[in-house]
Structures are given as structure tokens and as C-alpha cells.
Ligand binder design. Structure first.
Ligand code: AMP
Length: 177
């Protein structure tokens, strides 16, 4: 991925101050999705992180992780697995709860989504405090998936979310703030 493409990606992400609440600078990736060339740059960069490695399943986190994950799955000829907020998955599921800045959240995965030993690639749009991704890694472990790598389009490094990732798998981000 060359610097010109990364700059274009960076310049396309829109900063929205005070959303969803005062003090939060929201990184809005919808302009990336709306521009076919920039969306391709994002997908190329996420695909590049696992070049040459066999991937059976791509796991995307509710909801923006679905967009990148599903598009990558089609490119990489892998299956796509949605990791959803509680109460959305219809079939038998495993769940993990984690703490947010205020309160708790729970995410779920279908119990047959990943077979033991399958090679999985976890993706999401953004790493903030890391609670969501840590819960996702926990769920993948419960299904005995072999986590190959984790990639975020954006990492807010000042929140130290990376420290919560308890996995030997490499954790990548395309853009770091
Ligand atoms: P966390 O569990 O704190 O790492 O939060 C991660 C999830 O919250 C990601 O899936 C993001 O989509 C969303 N998120 C948190 N902070 C931001 C932010 N500043 N801008 C955009 N999305 C955010």
C-alpha cells in the first residue's frame, strides 16, 4: 500500500466532533464506502495484511465490520461470519459481555459459525478502547477457531485498546491516530 493511497484514505475519513456525545471525535467511514476507488484502497490494505495465508472465515463485528468483512470475504473466497449485538442472531449462540465507557454490552456468535481449527481473520472499522475486539477474540477462542490476524481500518492509539487484545495473532491497523 503506497503513501499516496493511504493519504487518500485518510483524507476521506470524516471527523465528526461531539458524536454520539460531547467530547467524542467520531471517525465517520461512510465517505470511504461511497467512493469506489477509496473503498477499494481500504479493502486492498486489509487484504494485504494476510497475503499468502489461507483464510477460511472472515469475522466482521456489528455493524461497520460487516461491510468491510463481507466485501473482503467475496474477494478472498472465504466465508463471512457476523458477530452481532445481543438478541439479533436467530440460532444457538455463544455470548460474551464486556464493559463500555458507561455500562455493559454483549456480543454473540452462532455456535456453528466456525469449526475447530478453521483459520479466521477478524476485521472491524475501528479500535477504540478494545473491549469489543477483545470480546470477539474471546468468542473465536470458544469455538476453537485459529485466529490468523486482526485488522482495523482505524486505530485510536491513545486509548490503548491494543493492550486488551489477548492473542498471539498479529494486530494490524491501516491508519493510526
Ligand atoms: P471499543 O470497544 O471501545 O474498541 O469500540 C469499538 C467500536 O465502537 C468500533 O466498532 C467502532 O465502530 C465504535 N467506535 C468507538 N469509538 C469510535 C470513534 N471515535 N469513531 C468511530 N467509531 C467509534
Amino acid at each position: 500500500m503506497n503513501d499516496f493511497s493511504l493519504k487518500r484514505l485518510n483524507d476521506t475519513i470524516r471527523d465528526v466532533p461531539d458524536f454520539p456525545k460531547p467530547g467524542i471525535l467520531f471517525k465517520d467511514i461512510t465517505p470511504v464506502l461511497a467512493d469506489p476507488e477509496v473503498f477499494s484502497i481500504a479493502l486492498d490494505a486489509m487484504e494485504e495484511k494476510v497475503t499468502g495465508q489461507r483464510i477460511d472465515k472472515i469475522i466482521g463485528i456489528d455493524a461497520r465490520g460487516f461491510i468491510f468483512g463481507a466485501a473482503l470475504a467475496d474477494r478472498m473466497k472465504a466465508g463471512f461470519i457476523p458477530l452481532r449485538k445481543k438478541g439479533k442472531l436467530p440460532y444457538k449462540s455463544h455470548e460474551v459481555s464486556y464493559s463500555l465507557e458507561y455500562g455493559e454490552a454483549t456480543i454473540e456468535i452462532h455456535e456453528d459459525a466456525v469449526s475447530p481449527g478453521e483459520r479466521v481473520y477478524l476485521v472491524d472499522d475501528l479500535l477504540a478502547t478494545g473491549g469489543t475486539a477483545a470480546a470477539a477474540i474471546d468468542l473465536i477462542g470458544r469455538l476453537k477457531g485459529d485466529l490468523v490476524a486482526v485488522t482495523f481500518l482505524v486505530e485510536l492509539a491513545f486509548l490503548n485498546g491494543r493492550e486488551k487484545m489477548k492473542t498471539p495473532a498479529p494486530v494490524h491497523s491501516i491508519l493510526t491516530y
